[in-house]
Design a binder for this molecule. Structure first.
Ligand SMILES: Nc1ncnc2c1ncn2[C@@H]1O[C@H](COP(=O)(O)OP(=O)(O)O)[C@@H](O)[C@H]1O
Ligand SMILES: [Mg+2]
Length: 367
């Protein structure tokens, strides 16, 4: 059993920089968890603490229920794959993959069977005699993975292992990693700054910012119910639109007043917002919840506004339309045949049942 648990873990470097600031995280046995966040948010440090490459400043790390704070990396039964997977240049693929096992004096037949089986899983059997310089980036990354797999660790730690690959290879390797996880049945913790990678890979994702875990949940729950503006804006592409405005009361109901337009806050949200009447809040709406009025049947004066289409970005399967009012700008995902005239006012519909409101000062989600 290889659950990984971090309890109140902090890591403070030299001049008082809290790279990791009181993290609590429980990764179940055989689970695939992704740590995602912008550069500098403490992802690599968290991973290195689990690996034992850094010591915690405070808190405890448990692997398989045991505190491992004082256990050296080599005795933690983990394998780590980095972005810069340095293969030994003078060894061929077989020698690279078998190196750790030879170091640990495994019997030759055991080494041979593990390397061949792993090479088979990764589809690199035909490369076993080649040297690293004779491999493409994707092939090298597979060898680096293979080197970790042959050790049969109970926990795999990945630190942005696909960042050096081109977009197509990244997508391919992503699917392979999923398959690998099902096949190997190991606990995997995967670090990335790429929210698409996080959404597609993780059974659960921990969104990090400034050394703290902001939210830890299943991808779609984070997408649908972000706990704060940071998470809302980080997960999703193109990102959620944020629009500044005020909550106002009119005819007994609450509205969001952007200055140039007024939209009605749905009844199921109304009881969360009375404390904000007359105050500024931020409305969040995802690009897929904004429509050209011509294409929807639920338009009304309560959810329709006028905005100028400034830019159309054709994506093939759809168009990204960039709109602006005097006060705000936002992006909508529209049908690829929806090509409004540039520079002209258009009637836009917000699906108000899908919007979020955020506290302007704290950034916390109001609803
Ligand atoms: N060895 C170190 N010494 C001092 N500061 C460090 C060290 N390693 C990381 N940091 C700092 O800790 C913070 C988190 O870094 P890191 O964990 O590498 O972030 P990420 O992997 O999310 O980009 C950053 O501000 C970084 O500059
Ligand atoms: Mg990093």
């Amino acid at each position: 059993m290889a659950q990984v648990k971090l309890k109140d873990v902090s890591k403070i470097f030299g001049k008082g920089i809290a790279a990791v600031d009181g993290i609590n995280l429980e990764v179940a046995d055989k689970e695939f968890v992704v740590l995602v966040g912008p550069s500098g948010s403490g992802k690599s440090t968290t991973l290195r603490l689990i690996a034992g490459l850094e010591n915690v400043t405070s808190g405890n790390i448990y692997i398989g229920g045991k505190i491992v704070n004082d256990i050296p990396p080599k005795d933690r039964d983990i394998a780590m794959v980095f972005q810069n997977y340095a293969l030994y240049p003078h060894m061929n693929v077989y020698e690279n993959m078998s190196f750790a096992l030879r170091l640990r004096k495994y019997p030759r037949s055991e080494i041979n069977s593990r390397v061949r089986k792993t090479a088979d899983i990764l589809g690199i059997t035909h490369l076993l005699n080649r040297e690293p310089r004779e491999l493409s980036g994707g092939e090298r990354q597979r060898v680096a993975l293979g080197r970790a797999i042959v050790r049969k660790p109970s926990v795999f730690l990945f630190d942005e292992p696909l960042s050096n690959l081109d977009a197509k290879m990244r997508t391919l390797m992503r699917t392979e990693l999923r398959r690998l996880h099902i096949r190997l049945q190991s606990t995997m913790i995967y670090v990335t700054h790429d929210q698409v990678e996080a959404m597609t890979l993780g059974a659960r994702i921990a969104v990090m910012n400034e050394g703290r875990i902001q939210q830890f949940d299943e991808p779609l729950r984070i997408y649908d119910s972000p706990v704060n503006k940071f998470v809302a804006g980080f997960i999703g592409s193109p990102p959620m639109n944020f629009i500044n405005g005020k909550v106002v009361k009119k005819d007994g109901a609450l509205f969001f007043d952007e200055g140039e337009f007024l939209v009605k806050i749905p009844s199921f949200m109304q009881n969360k917002l009375p404390g904000y009447i007359g105050r500024e809040v931020i409305l969040g709406i995802r690009p897929e919840n904004i429509y050209d009025r011509l294409f929807v049947s639920f338009a009304s004066s309560d959810n329709t506004l006028r905005a100028v289409c400034e830019v159309i970005e054709p994506m093939g399967s759809n168009n990204h339309l960039h709109f602006a009012t005097q006060n705000s700008s936002f992006v909508a995902i529209a049908d690829s045949h929806d090509r409004p005239a540039i520079g002209e006012y258009l009637e836009i519909v917000f699906d108000m049942n899908k919007v979020h409101f955020f506290d302007k000062d704290s950034g916390e989600t109001i609803v």
